[in-house]
Design a protein around this ligand. Sequence first.
Ligand code: ZN
Length: 255
Amino acid sequence: MKNLLECVVSVICFCMIGMLLPDMGVKHGHAVVPEEITPLVKSKENGKIAYLTFDDGPSLNTMEILDILDRYHIKATFFVMGNQEPYAKKAYEEMKARGHAIALHSYTHDYSIVYKSPESFFLDLNRLECKLQQEFGIKSRMIRLPGGSNNLLRHQAATRPIINEILRQLTAKGYTYVDWNIDSTDGISPSISEQQIISSVQKGTKGQKHVNILLHDINSMKNTVKALPDIIEILKKEGYSFDTIDETTPKMQFN
Ligand SMILES: [Zn+2]
């Protein structure tokens, strides 16, 4: 409990320092890029960009996913959970070491805890932030809500006010929540075929300049791993370059 309190305090301090510091431009490696140069750095935003996003990891598939991404020299964004399994430690470390973006999803992913109340939501979220920060030095203010910001609970009268209040507080506390615009459908069930995952992504790209693709890093979802090389090949052929999501990425939110 003491550790949790210390961590919450340090997270708050970290945020306050961030708010007090002047805008120094975009950090690029060790150097700081002045404001005038940022449009050049961001010129690729005029082109087609694909953001591969993986929810729910780490899993037993993480290392294989990372190896595939390495093969294509692609960085992805992982919205992670709190996973205490022995294999997970290496997976968190490798995501970080290989330069991928690591953002927040949920510690427990248990709807009865996460969406019980705004207080319960932020306890779960802070628990994840503390784990990532203390064990791996990972800090993020980006979150993908379990089920997305427009999940089923938002369509039920009893839970709608809870989700709305969570979204309001996330923004007020300086978090950015990120949804997606292509559902690969891999999360529906492990029986969804490799081919269906590929064709869902391919259909979703029609007429889209920026594609934020929902994929899953879950033990049972082997077909996601099998589909990944083809998904990357198709996106490359369609002229997309790949990037990670950060606070400067154009917002992709359902509402
Ligand atoms: Zn999830």
